[in-house]
Design a protein around this ligand. Sequence first.
Ligand code: PLP
Length: 443
Amino acid sequence: RETTGARELPGEPANRRFHLVQAAPVARNIGAEARGLITSGEGTYVVDENGRQLIDGPAGMWCINVGHRNEILANVMRDQAMALTYSTPWYTSNEPAETLAEMLSARAPGDLRHVFFTTGGSSAVETAIRLMQFYNNVRGKPQKKLLISRQGSYHGSTHLTASLNGRPRDHDWMDGVDLVRKLSSPSVFHGAQGLSVEAFEDHLVDEFRRLIEQEGADRIGAFIAEPIQASGGVLVSPANYLKRMHALCRQNDILYISDEVVTAFGRLGHIFASEDVFGIQPDMITFAKGVTSGYFPLGGVMVSARIFDELRKSDHPNATFVHGLTYSSHPIGCAVAIRNIELLEDGLLEHAREVSPYFQHRLKTLEDLPLVGEVRGMGLMAGVECVADPSAKNPLNLDLAVGKRIDFHCQQKGLLVRPLINMCVMSPPLIITRTQIDTMVAV
Ligand code: PLP
């Protein structure tokens, strides 16, 4: 916590200063902003260093789906550690990984039968992109590599995944790779600008069509999209937008990667949301977070059998997908994921589906406050966006620290929210009750 010897980057507002510690007398967890220490958790709550009990509004970081301190999951982790702590994913497999692969394959949409396990969301997205590149190389289309993402998106913090991100602050002071083209965010609130929702949807689809014509379908490898742009501020797209974008991908032989790192494993009431909620069968689905309810770092990519079979048919004898992470298929992560899915299917998904309309409806009442421009969301994810001018619903010119001030206020009153500049995001554990929702809204 010492910042002696720290250097400040010029031009950053005080609340966003990032200290590069050159010679600090004590260790510092770079990246953790001064929000206090969280010392324990139980169910929907966490406790901070001052002993204050807080509702965990963001469920950690969209991940503690079954809630904190779940004894069943803790015991599974212990038992697995005692049975087999680790086996290399390069030359061997392990029982939990095999069982989990079967479970996911049975629950994923369409022909997404295969899975590659990773250590989290960024490594899942990286894996999906490398698979696309390998796929196009072995089928003789080495020029088909461009990546299409969207403004407002978040896909990770590695070099490539951050390059896909569409939030400007992910690119401030950083360099990205030059393989990415970005479409507009499908956020109706920010983008429709007087158009009807239907006309805005047409505009977004046309934009994609024009980009394909301009770049050439034979140069575009993949389109990647979160079903709901989560860290961009819970940006919900027009009703048929994803289906129409998916259809354009199919027509143009562009792989559709659905980034379900946030939306899978119950946040929208289903194990995977792509088909059950949005009616699409992507070519790949990336997942992480809720797969273990955040109890162990695990992620993965579901891959279509069509793609997988084509890779295996390759007539290049040396075409090998050389890709692996030390902790891919980690037995403890896979064991906890299996039990977590069982818990989700043993009533939690149903509870999430049942309580979601209440959560959305109660939060929506915050729109009566002059500071609030829009409350939006789906399932158990919601964003409350503050505006400078309520009549114009204009988010510009707002004191950008407003999210932090709201965050501070909420913490004093027993609620953790996720402050995102002028928004606060809420995505509580799926075990949230109506009474706890009432408390969140009241705070
Ligand atoms: N994709 C989405 C949609 C995310 O929200 C996130 C993280 O928030 C990631 C990818 C990156 O996941 P991770 O932080 O596990 O690397």
